[in-house]
Design a protein around this ligand. Sequence first.
Ligand code: ADP
Ligand code: TPW
Ligand code: MG
Length: 576
Amino acid sequence: MTNDTESLEQTDGFHLVIDALKLNGITTIYGLPGIPVTDLTRKMQAEGMRVISFRHEQNAGNAAAAAGFMTGKPGICLTVSAPGFLNGLTALANATTNCFPMILISGSSEREIVDLQQGDYEEMDQLAIAKPLCKAAFRVLNAEDIGVGIARAIRSAVSGRPGGVYLDLPAKLFGQAMDAAAGKASLIKVVDAAPRQIPAPDAVKRALDLLKSAKKPLILLGKGAAYAQADADIKTLIEKTGIPYLPMSMAKGILPDTHEQCASAARSFVLPEADVVLLVGARLNWLLSHGKGKTWGGQGHKNAGGQKFIQIDISPTEADSNVAIDAPLVGDIGSCVSALLAGMGSSWAKAPAEWTSAVADRKNKNVAKMAETLAKNPPVMNYHSSLNVVRDIVKANPDAMLVNEGANALDFTRSIVDMYKPRKRLDVGTWGVMGIGMGFAVAAAVESGQPVIAIEGDSAFGFSGMEVETICRYNLPVCIVVMNNNGVYRGDEVNVTGGKDPSPMVFVKGARYDKMMEAFGGVGVQATTPAELRRAMEEAIKSRKPTLINAIIDEGAGTESGRITSLNPTSAAKKK
Ligand code: ADP
Ligand code: TPW
Ligand code: MG
């Protein structure tokens, strides 16, 4: 029997998931197969989706998160039940922390067995576990609800403050059959998934009044500003006002770091000196010393420095999270910046020359000092002499993506390697998490089609290093540089007891990470000098072959925790 919405043909849960994703423009999946999603991955590939299959779910999840940041569409990670789900969950929580849109789709076991705790294969109440770690979590029990489930997941991930979403798909769902036409009719193409949020006119006026009163204004760009893809308006705002700006790590390149108003090299001068600070998609969290304390010119670590703040953010509850925000501007960055520009009109006065030239003086001095250090070529390669090479390579290849993790390997790369284009730099983000490297590198290559340079501490690399096989399998143009100093922060620590075990901070000395890449058919190179590093990187970019360069770094060159040594707790106990 047929009527308008019924046909002789049938569809099933597998195909409805695929059709719902494709209908919403999602064509790439990062995941790892197994019960109950093995056939789903096969069918996805058969239906024309790109399925990137990883060696560990955390890396697939990190890839999905990076894809979300780069494209503004939710990146999708697909995992198996319980342990696979948990492996992916770290990446989901990290994506949420970073405000990157991603959806973790996980298969799960039989509801009735899980709920009675009867010991099913990979039994776990995944929905309950995911909930506190992401923005939203949904479960679909019936095939006819797949369309709604995926639509809700997409909207939740990208609207408002972006973040991670969990979508639980129990095994039984995939096999459920239903009429094909009715199935098709049940799917939803999400309209305007991330609606613009226009700031209120009085909030715009308040912000402009405060900015106008500033004698020493400063603009801080965060990764929210990069994510928002409002590059042209942000550039106009900065150049029209003449205000010095500081990019946070992943905001580097929204304007080229070589821009004359970029104050990165004068950070410790502009933060305490500024009187009005305009935050664009940047939170006053630990990365900005919570907006107070010495960094900001405050007397003690709890004292504010006296700056007035304007904060552009899509989340209305972000303001006042650390210090008072005098002019919150709630809306999407594109709409907020264009409202500011409209309100400024054509006769807006530039930032006072006294301030901008003081910033320029400080900056030029520091840049000259850095140039001297970079020009040195010490007998054993260190962070400066090696990263001077990376700096040149990135300059010559501004479209390449840069992935970066580690402690010293992170901090020195961030300050030495200039970025020239928006959303090219992917790093450890808000948590300072190790392990994003290879997942981010895979997504960077897959989503951009550009060469990827991954600058990795040797410890950092170890968290996701097995994915070099994935990089070789998909033949991705990824050049990994392992900054090998034989350990975490430094490689020269010893076991103070004199016992046989090494210090907890060090690794096997002289490890050949390059051989790992060779094991899977990629190119492995050992580099002990800047010249060798340069040659190998140039060749990797040119050939687009998966490459791992084991760069030997002076094992005594680093400092504990890089730039954040002071965050290590020290004992207050008096010692005799
Ligand atoms: P950073 O670490 O670079 O300082 P954060 O991750 O702390 O940046 O801050 C990013 C901020 O950007 C978050 O508070 C988030 O709500 C905000 N945000 C993200 N996307 C948008 C957008 N499209 N419009 C406005 N704010 C956004
Ligand atoms: C998930 C703690 C911060 S940085 C780091 C660790 C272990 C590695 C630093 O050594 P690396 O870099 O990468 O060799 P370098 O150049 O200084 O020698 N576990 C997680 N996240 C974090 N941040 C840690 C541990 C950590
Ligand atoms: Mg190291």
